[in-house]
Design a protein around this ligand. Structure first.
Ligand SMILES: Cc1cc2nc3c(=O)[nH]c(=O)nc-3n(C[C@H](O)[C@H](O)[C@H](O)COP(=O)(O)OP(=O)(O)OC[C@H]3O[C@@H](n4cnc5c(N)ncnc54)[C@H](O)[C@@H]3O)c2cc1C
Length: 390
């Protein structure tokens, strides 16, 4: 006899959405998170596009919306900006700590039982997931049986591996990130997010300034996880080189990794589903994973509801096929754009910043590379790279 229909390990955006949709369908759901406070540490630039709110009917609630964002500015290594400013809100800087708590509270409102301060390991019986072993913050240990387990335990996921899935990552599949929340800085265009490119300042990645106020921002860096350079040292160097940043104060320090090297092929094994960063479901171009985690969590929750209501666990695979035919397909295209971007020299980035407009970058970030590709035919080396991309 199972204690719960579903146990979800990890109450980030992926896990809370999976728990909410399963609970809304009438299933009994336990949502566990090892953190003592859901949403902390924030490990996030906190940028989230408007589509997440529209597609998932999330209200733009001032309790977790920090600031409206109207576009972006991307800077080439020589400082040439490519800016796009829109007349309507394009996204928000969220308060991740409040946002994640809100999503977990929504899961609780739908009927899920949520527990912070609860570390889980997979419990196997005859090689199949049978539930989880839980160690609570007060030292109590317990075993919980269930019909379906969701591994939503983030980039350092252990649960899927414990089920026998090969989730190994090479250091080069990761971006290594370091971030300060800074105050007392000056930000030109605080209604835009800012991204600084260059092989010297942020090899295989970028530096971001995501404004939280006119004079406060998340200032962070992501670089290839296999590189010798240290993300912190490169970020400190950048900050020192910028008069508008170097006198700022540090309110918060965060470190983390983003899986940008491609997506887990197998998302379901027996009665276990993998969602979010644990399945590497991240936009590989800019490393944003909150929208991807939420949409995957929703698909997983819906597939679980269908499988358990119809009494056929084979239907769990609908999550895998739905994800790959929709989000997976889109993200595979974006991965190609990333592979192209990784090969660019600083000179080529400077050139592109002069021929591309903001709209081209919007299309590229959605994986529609043909529009932007058409503008680089005059540059033979880039043309050769684009041919590979197409
Ligand atoms: C520095 C940095 C900046 C970023 N900036 C952005 C950004 O601006 N916009 C954006 O969209 N994305 C950003 N991302 C990516 C984004 O944070 C992730 O893609 C997103 O959080 C993934 O959600 P998730 O639910 O899959 O995993 P997570 O949010 O990582 O949640 C996993 C949860 O599982 C819990 N957990 C892990 N193991 C266990 C266990 N054994 N038992 C119980 N609980 C467990 C953890 O405590 C955690 O709460 C950034 C990432 C980093 C590192």
């Amino acid at each position: 006899m199972a204690d719960y229909d579903v146990v979800v390990v990890g109450a980030g955006p992926a896990g809370s959405m999976a728990a909410r949709y399963a609970a809304e369908a009438g299933l009994s759901v336990l949502l566990l998170d090892k953190s003592l406070e859901i949403g902390t540490p924030k490990r996030c630039g906190e940028g989230l596009g408007i589509r997440a709110f529209r597609e998932l009917s999330i209200p733009a609630d001032p309790r977790f919306i920090n600031r409206e964002i109207y576009g972006f500015a991307v800077y080439a290594p020589d400082g040439t900006p490519v800016k796009a400013r829109f007349s309507e809100v394009m996204g928000y800087i969220i308060e991740r700590k409040m946002f994640d708590k809100h999503l977990a509270a929504e899961a609780a409102r739908a009927g899920a039982h949520v527990e912070a301060g609860a570390y889980a390991r997979l419990k196997l019986e005859s090689g199949r997931p049978a539930g989880v072993k839980v160690r609570r913050h007060d030292g109590r240990e317990a075993e919980v049986r269930c019909k379906v387990v969701v591994a939503a335990d983030g980039v350092e996921s252990q649960i899927a591996r414990q089920a026998g899935l090969d989730t190994r990552l090479k250091p080069s599949d990761l971006d290594s990130c370091f971030e300060y929340e800074m105050a007392g800085i000056s930000i030109e265009d605080p209604d835009l997010i800012h991204m600084y490119m260059g092989n010297k300042i942020a090899p295989r990645g970028y530096i971001w300034v995501f404004p939280k106020d006119e004079d406060r921002a998340n200032v962070g860096i992501g670089i290839g996880g296999h590189l010798e350079e240290q993300a912190k040292l490169l970020l400190d160097k950048f900050i020192q080189s910028r008069p508008e940043l170097r006198r700022g104060s540090i309110l918060e320090v965060n470190v983390g990794c983003v899986p940008v090297g491609g997506f887990l092929k197998q998302l379901v094994k027996d009665n276990l589903l993998v969602v979010g960063d644990a399945a590497r479901q991240v936009n590989p171009l800019h490393g944003g994973g909150v929208y991807e985690a939420m949409t995957a969590g929703k698909l997983a929750g819906q597939a679980i509801a269908k499988a358990l209501h119809e009494g056929d666990l084979r239907l769990l695979r609908e999550y895998e096929s739905m994800w790959w035919s929709t989000h997976g397909k889109r993200l595979e295209r974006i991965l190609k754009v990333r592979r192209f971007a990784e090969k660019l020299s600083d000179d080529e980035m400077n050139y592109l910043a002069r021929v591309w407009r903001g709209d081209d970058l919007v299309e590229l970030s959605r994986g529609n590379y043909r529009v932007a590709a058409g503008k680089i035919v005059a540059h033979p080396k880039l043309l050769a790279l684009v041919r590979k991309l197409l």
